[in-house]
Design a protein around this ligand. Structure first.
Ligand code: HEM
Length: 500
C-alpha cells in the first residue's frame, strides 16, 4: 500500500525531471548559433519554445496581425525549432510571389504529409521538385483547366438542383446550411475526380474534418520536428494514423473499382483516377508514379477542394443575411436575367457580375486560408534589407492584408461594389487581393472553386427568399470564426428558406 503511494507521488516527479532534462539537452543541441544577425525584427524569444507563448489566446491570423502592428510587415518569430517569417504587406507579397518565386516555392514537411499523405506522395503539401510539378500538371490538365472545368458544368447544374430539392423538402423549417452545403461540395468534387458520388460520404467527410485539425502547421510535432516522441505522447500520431487508415480504406476501394472496370473502355470518358492509373501503367512519366501518389493526389483534391468551397458559400450566405439590401440586389440581378426561364445554366455565370463581386468580397473578408498554406524558403533570401534564413517557414497573413486600410477603403465593411470591373482580380498583379495565394504554388483549383460557388449560390438566391429563424434580426447573426485548416463559421448557419 505504502509503496503504491510512494510510486504515485514519485512517478510524475521523475517523469517531469527526465522530460526537462531531455528538453534542455535538445535545446542546447539545436540552439541556432548559425542564425544570421540581421534577421527581421520580432519579439524577444524564450528558450526552447521561442515565441510560442505569444500565439496563445487568439486565432493565429489575429495574433500575428497584432504582432505585425508592433514589429512591422516582415516579422521573425521562433516557433520551437523553426524560424517563422510572417509577411503582412502587399509589397512583400510581390517579392515572395514574383521576384523570389522559385526560392519560396516549397512547403514545410508536416507530420500530416508524412503520416496521412503517404510520406508526402501528394503535390499540395509536397516539397518543390519534379514529382510536385508533374502531379500538379496532370491535375491541372485533366481536372482543373478552363476546358475541363467547363465540361463539369452539367455536374454543377445537377448538384445545384439537388440542393434546391433538399431545401424545399424542409418545407419552411430551418435548414442547417453548414450540414447541407459540405455534402453538395463534396459530391461535386467526387463526381469530377472519380466519376460518381462518394459512396462513403458521411465517414469520408468526418475523416477529412479530423485531418484538417492536423494541417495548420501549428501542431506541436511540426514545431519540434526532431522530437518525434511528442507526437506519440500527445496522441497526435495515433490520431493521424487512425485518420489515414479510414481515408486509405475509402480511396483504395475507389481505385479498385476503377481498376476492375473493363480495360477496353473508351478513353474519352476517363476521369482523373482513370488517367492517373493509365499513366502509372504506361510508365511514361519522368518519375515512377506509385499507387501512393495516386491515393495522395485524390486526398489532396478533397482536402483542398471540398471544405474551401463549402466554407466560402456559408460565409457568402452569412454576409447576405446580415446585409438584406445586398441580398435583394443579387436576387434581382439573377431573377431579371432568368426572365421566365426556370433552369439555371452554367453558362449564365458571365451574365451575373454582381454575384461574382459578392463572392470576391466574401473571400476578401473571410479567406478560407487566412495564412494561405505555409511555404518553405529553399535558400537564404534578402528581403527589405533583412536576411530570411534558408528553411524558414513563410506565412503570408492574407487575412490581415485584405483588411488593411492602406489598400482598402473602409476595409471592415462588406461592400461588393468595390470589385467593379476596374478593381482587383485574382489573376492580375494585385498582391493585396490574394485569397488563392500566388506564384508557382497558387491554388490550381481557382476556376473550379469559383464556378462551383457561383452555381450553388445562383440556385440558393434564385429559388428562395431567406431569413433567420424565430424572427431574429439580420445583425443578430454571429460571425464568430473557428480555424482548423480553413477559417470556418464557429456556429452552424441555420436559416429559413421560402420557395419562390
Ligand atoms: C474558395 C475556394 C478555394 C480557396 C480560397 C483556395 C485557396 C488556396 C490557397 C490559399 C492555396 C495556397 C496557395 C499558395 O501557397 O500560394 C491553395 C492551394 C491549393 N488548392 Fe485551393 N482553394 C480553393 C479551392 C480549391 C479547389 C476547388 C481545389 C481542387 C479541386 C483546390 C486545390 C488546391 C491545391 C491542390 C493546392 C496546392 C497547390 C500546390 O501546392 O501546388 N483548391 N488553395
Amino acid at each position: 500500500m505504502e509503496s503504491t503511494a510512494a510510486i504515485t507521488i514519485l512517478l510524475p516527479t521523475v517523469l517531469s525531471t527526465i522530460l526537462i532534462a531531455l528538453l534542455l539537452k535538445r535545446f542546447y543541441i539545436h540552439a541556432d548559433y548559425s542564425a544570421p544577425n540581421n534577421l527581421p525584427p520580432g519579439p524577444w524569444k524564450l528558450p526552447i519554445i521561442g515565441n510560442l507563448h505569444q500565439l496563445i489566446g487568439e486565432h493565429p491570423h489575429r495574433r500575428l496581425r497584432t504582432l505585425a502592428n508592433t514589429y512591422g510587415p516582415l516579422l521573425h518569430l521562433k516557433l520551437g525549432e523553426n524560424n517563422l517569417i510572417v509577411i503582412t504587406s502587399a509589397e512583400l507579397v510581390r517579392e515572395v510571389f514574383k521576384t523570389h518565386d522559385l526560392k519560396f516555392a516549397s512547403r514545410p514537411r508536416l507530420a500530416i504529409g508524412k503520416i496521412i499523405l503517404y510520406d508526402n506522395a501528394d503535390f499540395g503539401l509536397a516539397p518543390y521538385g519534379k514529382v510536385w510539378s508533374q502531379l500538379r500538371k496532370i491535375c491541372t490538365v485533366e481536372l482543373l483547366s478552363h476546358k475541363r472545368v467547363k465540361s463539369f458544368g452539367f455536374i454543377r447544374e445537377e448538384e445545384g438542383r439537388n440542393l434546391v430539392e433538399k431545401i424545399r423538402a424542409a418545407a419552411g423549417s430551418p435548414v442547417n446550411l453548414s450540414k447541407l452545403i459540405p455534402y453538395s461540395a463534396n459530391t461535386g468534387v467526387a463526381r469530377a475526380v472519380f466519376g460518381k458520388d462518394n459512396p462513403h460520404q458521411e465517414s469520408f467527410l468526418l475523416a477529412l474534418k479530423e485531418m484538417f485539425k492536423y494541417a495548420s502547421g501549428f501542431e506541436l510535432v511540426d514545431i519540434f520536428p526532431s522530437w518525434s516522441f511528442l507526437a506519440e505522447i500527445t496522441g497526435s500520431a495515433a490520431g493521424m494514423r487512425k485518420v489515414h487508415k479510414q481515408l486509405d480504406a475509402i480511396v483504395t476501394e475507389i481505385i479498385d473499382e476503377h481498376e476492375a472496370k473493363n480495360s477496353e473502355d473508351d478513353d474519352t470518358n476517363d476521369d482523373l483516377v482513370d488517367v492517373l492509373l493509365r499513366l502509372k501503367k504506361d510508365g511514361q512519366l519522368d518519375f515512377s508514379l506509385t499507387m501512393e501518389n495516386i491515393k495522395a493526389v485524390i486526398l489532396d483534391l478533397f482536402l483542398a477542394g471540398t471544405d474551401s468551397t463549402s466554407v466560402t458559400l456559408q460565409w457568402v450566405m452569412t454576409e447576405l443575411i446580415r446585409h438584406p439590401d445586398i441580398m435583394l440586389k443579387a436576387q434581382q440581378e439573377i431573377r431579371n436575367m432568368m426572365d421566365g426561364k426556370r433552369k439555371i445554366e452554367d453558362g449564365d455565370m458571365a451574365k451575373l457580375p454582381y454575384l461574382n463581386q459578392i463572392i470576391k468580397e466574401t473571400l476578401r473578408l473571410h479567406p478560407t486560408g487566412p495564412l494561405l498554406f505555409p511555404r518553405l524558403c529553399r535558400e537564404s533570401v534578402e528581403l527589405a534589407g533583412y536576411t530570411v534564413p534558408v528553411e524558414s517557414h513563410i506565412v503570408i497573413n492574407a487575412w490581415a492584408i485584405m483588411r488593411d486600410p492602406i489598400y482598402w477603403e473602409d476595409p471592415e465593411s462588406f461592400r461588393p461594389e468595390r470589385f467593379d470591373e476596374s478593381a482587383a482580380d485574382f489573376r492580375a498583379a494585385n498582391f493585396e487581393f490574394i485569397p488563392f495565394g500566388g506564384g508557382r504554388r497558387v491554388c490550381p483549383g481557382m476556376q473550379f472553386a469559383m464556378a462551383s460557388i457561383w452555381c450553388s449560390l445562383a440556385h440558393l438566391l434564385f429559388y428562395f427568399d431567406w431569413e433567420l429563424p424565430q424572427g431574429k434580426r439580420p445583425q443578430e447573426l454571429d460571425i464568430e470564426e473557428d480555424l482548423n485548416l480553413t477559417l470556418t463559421r464557429k456556429n452552424d448557419l441555420c436559416l429559413v428558406a421560402t420557395y419562390c
